[in-house]
Design a protein around this ligand. Sequence first.
Ligand SMILES: Cc1cc2nc3c(=O)[nH]c(=O)nc-3n(C[C@H](O)[C@H](O)[C@H](O)COP(=O)(O)O)c2cc1C
Length: 376
Amino acid sequence: MVEQRKKIDCATIIEYTVRMKGTEVGKVGKAVLGQREGSALTIGQHVLRSKIVVAPMVGITDAPFRTLAEELGAGMVTTEMVSSEALVRNIPAALDKIDITPLPIPTAAQIMGASPEAMAEASQICVARGADIIDVNLGCPVRKIVNQGAGACLARDISRAAAVFEAIVSAVDVPVTAKIRTGWDEDSLIAPELAAALEKVGVAAVTVHGRSRAQGYRGLARWDIIRKVKERVAIPVLGNGDVMDGPSLAERWTDSGLDGIAIARGVVGNFWFLRQAVEQVDHGTEIPMAPFAERVQLARRHVRRLLDYYGEHKASKVGKKYLAWTIKGCAHAARLRTSLQEATTGSEMERIFDDVLESGEATSGWFQPTFISGEG
Ligand SMILES: Cc1cc2nc3c(=O)[nH]c(=O)nc-3n(C[C@H](O)[C@H](O)[C@H](O)COP(=O)(O)O)c2cc1C
């Protein structure tokens, strides 16, 4: 009796043709949204073009970074984490972080806080500034944040966290998502229970960084716990933690049953990995690392975006960080570093990029920065 299974965009419409004695008497259909099965990842009304998304990073995922991530194929991008209290108090530095350039993919605004009222109001501010999704940080391990009862601390108290999400869900029309850790420490790996409670109050998807708060960035992410979250809820679950290259992606994605993967550190200083990850997960194809010159040109494009966006003064500070990481992967790194210290203008940075290209790749290969801390 089951006659057809149609795929429409991301939604799989399972259509049953009902026949009696061989004659068609009607059809019944059911849309299965946001499921994996070859279909796209769906968050609320947003059908993501890729199951690979870029995880939020303070000091990194600003507007210029997000535009490049979009160009390299990401399904969704997220702002840096911003304090709800700062948004509500109209603090310019906080509002500046929710500067959302319209992109062909959804941009989530990530907020952090503990008060349901402030979080609801901050969500409305983000939506008014163009956010397509509100993401709430329930994983930040930083003491200053935890001491305010926010980030990973809010996640410890499931009913308090649910109340915060309830307030946000009723304040905005866009989907609300959560970014969580596995739990507070190894004795309280409550991510599955937390995700189930959040699903009940209307959360549209959850991203799980597979480390506890106590772990910080040490050890390996527990993908077994991430999978437990997936088993517990029907909403899309995105796995996060230690996806740094093709093999680590394959190991964590294959047979995971997850709906998507959020990558953070793996794309910093290496935008090309984003393209590789998208091809690998969405199309099952492996593409090689781009040649050195192309990767350098990507870093250069990024620095040019920073210059356009921030102006020379601020961009030369922000851009130096990326240029320094690029230099670490080059031959003659010591000499290039000295020129970088002296560079204060866009044209000086451009000259260093020329020099980087002339110098060529270090024998040790492309360098990626290492982070020992972050906000989620
Ligand atoms: C520099 C840095 C800043 C971060 N900032 C945020 C943030 O603002 N919000 C958040 O939820 N997580 C933040 N994180 C955590 C990442 O989103 C991610 O969960 C973590 O790095 C593990 O993923 P990865 O192994 O792909 O890097 C940050 C991480 C780093 C390294």
